[in-house]
Structures are given as structure tokens and as C-alpha cells.
Design a protein around this ligand. Structure first.
Ligand code: URA
Length: 279
């Protein structure tokens, strides 16, 4: 990528170009090398991992030392969530959407303005997963439309994605937790099956989990976000590559980490390009 374009992307994300401590080309090379390692089976450093809590939901191939998954976790695995919430097999986007909007499976339905289903092209090869709607999303019925959403759009644009065209965006929770508190395990257990069904319908080629809550719930792990970044995980029966990065709301509070987020995005893009190269 030429310097001008890269700088425009960084600017859109709010990354100060002058803070770089090493030539950007090095950053590009590091990301590309890691991506190649990640997608090449048997490459040095690649290890098959398994989640202690949900082997069916997560088969991890990681480029860095395997994530140690705590045996006791407060995070319900997708498998557990599926069993708990008993969502019937719903075969169309529209029926699933109606089900979500009418859902009363957890107490959050009493405080939300509306359910927030998801947005984007339903033929997309990319799926971005966030945590839960905030105040603005609750009002408008669309994920990531507040301040964090604007940053997410800029981040996605930097790798050629836009919600109107080639990415689908959804959350773990479809209802806003009051005061934007963290989702409770029972809320995740009730709601996660909807996301699982969205993933089955979309069949994305690559997934990007933004933030700890999305990453931990999709991967059924308690591992901290810092240990989940920079690796290719694999999600579900289709072994869909899943990359983890920071939540844009966190980046608004901690702009100094935007550069690391940019590395994650380039990493995700190289993984996607690597998949297409092997077609
Ligand atoms: N944060 C999220 O995780 N999702 C949204 O939709 C909005 C903010």
C-alpha cells in the first residue's frame, strides 16, 4: 500500500502517523509474515488448540503459544448457550429477525427500546461481531451507530469494508444492557444462539471479533484480549478464521492502542487474502 493511502487510513482511524517508532513497512511485513504463518498448515509456531469448555465451537489454530483456557469460566460456551435458549432452527433471515425483535427470553427486553438484529450485506464474506447495543443503537435499531460505530466504520474502511457493501455487523447481545454494563452470563446464554444462527445463515469466510466480550464468547474462553490478538482462531464446524481486535469504544478511551488495532486489521485482511489465494 502506498504511503499516502496508508496515512489516509490511519488518519480516518485517528491514528497519529508521526507516533510510529519503526518504519511502517516493517509493520506491514510483520503483519504479512504472521498472516502467512497463521494460514499455512504446519507452519512453525502453529499449534492445534482446543477449548476446554466448548470443543465443538472452537478449534483454534494459533500462530503464537496456545491460549491457556481456564477450566472454570463464567462465559457460557456457544454450545451451552444453544442448549439453554432453545432457539428452533430458523431458516430465513427475515424469520430470525422477527424472532429477535419479539424476543423476551431475558429481562433486557423490558428495558430496551428495541432489539438490534444486525446490519449489512447478507452475502458478505466478512462478519464483525461486537458486544451489545449502546444507547444510540437501542434508539436506532442498528449496531454500531454511535461514536464507537463511527470509529468502527473508519477502521473497516481502512481495509476496504463498508456495512453498506461487503461486511455484516452483529452483536453478541441483541438488547441493550442498562447503563452499558457488561452482559450477564445468563443474558449471553439466552441471546448467543441468535448470533450462532446468523453465522450459519451468513457463512462468513472470515470473522472479526471486536472487544473482549465478543472474543471470549465466540471462542468460549476466559483468556484476556491481549492473548487473543495476533492469532488466527477458528470458529465452528466450518473452521472459519476468526481474528480478535480491540473494541472501538476502548480505542476511543485509549487512542494510543489504535496503532495495534491497525496491525490487527491488516492481519485480518492478509488472512482473508490468503484464503482467496488458495481458492
Ligand atoms: N458497542 C457494541 O459492541 N455494539 C454496538 O452495536 C455498539 C457499541
Amino acid at each position: 500500500m502506498d504511503t499516502l493511502r496508508r496515512n489516509q487510513y490511519l488518519q480516518a482511524m485517528g491514528v497519529d502517523v508521526w507516533v510510529s517508532r519503526r518504519p511502517a513497512a516493517d509493520v506491514d511485513r510483520a503483519g504479512a509474515a504472521a498472516a502467512v504463518e497463521a494460514v499455512a498448515p504446519g507452519a512453525p509456531g502453529v499449534s492445534g488448540g482446543s477449548a476446554a469448555r466448548a470443543p465443538a465451537a472452537r478449534s483454534a489454530v494459533e500462530t503464537a503459544p496456545a491460549v491457556t483456557v481456564a477450566a472454570a469460566s463464567a462465559v457460557p460456551s456457544p454450545t451451552e448457550a444453544r442448549a439453554t435458549a432453545d432457539v428452533p432452527t430458523i431458516t430465513t433471515w427475515e424469520s430470525l429477525r422477527s424472532e429477535v425483535l419479539a424476543c423476551t427470553k431475558c429481562p433486557l427486553h423490558g428495558s430496551r427500546t428495541q432489539g438490534v438484529f444486525g446490519v449489512g450485506n447478507r452475502e458478505s464474506q466478512w462478519l464483525v461481531v461486537g458486544e451489545a447495543p449502546g444507547a444510540e443503537e437501542d434508539r436506532r435499531g442498528e449496531p454500531f451507530v454511535g461514536r464507537a460505530g463511527h470509529l468502527l466504520d473508519a477502521m473497516l474502511k481502512a481495509i476496504g469494508l463498508s456495512r453498506g457493501r461487503n461486511v455484516y455487523i452483529a452483536n453478541v447481545l441483541k438488547s441493550r444492557p442498562p447503563g452499558n454494563r457488561d452482559p450477564k452470563p445468563e443474558e449471553v446464554a439466552a441471546c448467543l444462539p441468535y448470533l450462532m444462527r446468523q453465522i450459519e445463515l451468513l457463512r462468513p469466510r472470515v470473522m472479526l471479533a471486536v472487544g473482549r466480550i465478543a472474543a471470549q464468547n465466540l471462542l468460549a474462553t476466559d483468556a484476556p484480549l491481549g492473548r487473543l490478538r495476533g492469532k488466527v482462531h477458528h470458529f465452528g464446524e466450518l473452521n472459519t478464521p476468526l481474528i480478535v481486535t480491540y473494541h472501538p469504544a476502548y480505542l476511543l478511551r485509549t487512542p494510543s492502542d489504535k496503532r495495534k488495532a491497525w496491525e490487527d486489521l491488516k492481519f485480518a485482511r492478509s488472512v482473508f487474502q490468503g484464503l482467496n489465494a488458495t481458492l
